[in-house]
Design a protein around this ligand. Sequence first.
Ligand SMILES: [Mn+2]
Length: 321
Amino acid sequence: MKAEYIVEYTKINRLIQEKDRFLIVSHIYPDGDAIGSVLGLLTLLVKLGKTVSAYIADRIPKQFQHLPNVDLIKTTLEKKPEVEVTFILDSSNIERVGLASRFISSPMVNIDHHPDNSLFADINLVDPNASSTSEVVFNLLKSFPLDRYIVSSLYYGLLSDTGGFMYGNTNEQTFKTALEMIRYGVSPGEMAYKLFYSIPYDTMELYIEIAKNVKIDRDSKIAWCIIPLEIMESDNFQNNTSPLLDLLLRIEEADTVILFKEHKDKYRVSLRSKTRDVGSVARTLGGGGHRGASAFDLLDKETSAILDTVNKIKILLGGRH
Ligand SMILES: [Mn+2]
């Protein structure tokens, strides 16, 4: 329980107790925190006997298939479900949820940890000091009968968003929360193995293919690489690219890494940095995110656009050492 959010906790917990039909949505390009926080909340609501729909308007990467109840998350929805409350998780704004925004209605509950969250909902529980939305959800739900399955998903989300307690958003509170989570019977070794070390062979082959083309600018300590459209669209490619970003970050000479993910009409550009503020870089370029992890869209698909963008980022990072 965090005292500063007691008003939000009380309002949200009352909605959970008093209402019966819920919709939970999260952002496109779902990551471990989006999936983990949705599953934690979803599994608790199911346990409480509520009617719950969960909807993410994108492919769910294969690597999340082992999480309990992941098959309950729908990726297409014909019509708007009849609900009394809509939860929007891990999303700075409504646009982030893509097509799911069509099915959102008041009262809306916004639970997040992004510092640039636009506080768009009727109730906003946004804690920028939390490592992950999963951590915020865990603190919110502590008064309910949580169990190992619910908390495993939340632990997975926390582990994912902190890069295994490595990113700059890892602090004392993160470890305290992790300790509380483990007391529910979560297996930290098993979760870490599944999250960081388990890659299907077919996916590994594609990672090697992509990693062949890594470039580095030693002066600015920026490394980058491109995932071409044919790989992005391949069935063997898991559209969660965190393992690739983690691999790039292992380059000793690189402080900041950029991954250009090619889509039909744009590049989705992901940034990670060991010491520099890539959140403000992404915001300048029309995107968003955290200090150490962020993303934006590059709509220019000319071949020169990649190098131009690397140079732009180099200039934006200048003076921020
Ligand atoms: Mn998150």
